[in-house]
Write a protein that binds this ligand. Structure first.
Ligand code: ZN
Length: 140
């Protein structure tokens, strides 16, 4: 007897709580929607000013420079095929090998050894490329 009434009490309380929370949510939603337009744009603008524009612009500018350097390194072998044949880690003094390949921004960089490749594959390849000095392509 007592177990039964206990269970029923719980069931009733649970159902009541569900109705209550359901009712609360319905009441809160329109209020929040009314308040939102005033608060949201200010917050979004603050967040954008603090974080978003600068790093994004920097990254794309950096990517452009990385791509330009890769294109120049790609052209070193006289063949613009998105394959950098010379070992970038050896400042293009050594011939790279396809088995030591690391791809950066669509360019397949061939390195002369696994150690040279590691520097790019495990490090910040874009930073390393930005620091590269690509020799001028000898014009025939
Ligand atoms: Zn090398």
């Amino acid at each position: 007897m007592s177990m039964r009434s206990f269970c029923c009490g719980w069931c009733f309380a649970l159902a009541f709580a569900l109705i209550l929370t359901g009712g609360c949510k319905k009441e809160e939603t329109p209020q929040a929607a009314e308040k939102a337009p005033e608060a949201a744009p200010v917050k979004a603008a603050e967040e954008a000013a603090e974080a978003a524009p600068e790093p994004a612009a920097l990254t794309s500018a950096m990517d452009d420079r990385v791509k330009a350097i890769l294109a120049k390194a790609d052209a070193l072998d006289g063949n613009e095929d998105h394959v950098v044949n010379k070992c970038a880690a050896c400042v293009f003094a050594m011939d790279g090998k396809p088995e030591h390949m690391h791809e950066v921004m669509g360019y397949k960089m061939h390195f002369c050894s696994e150690d040279c490749k590691k520097a790019y594959a495990e490090g910040d390849a874009k930073k390393l490329i930005l620091a590269l000095k690509v020799p001028e392509v000898p014009t025939p």
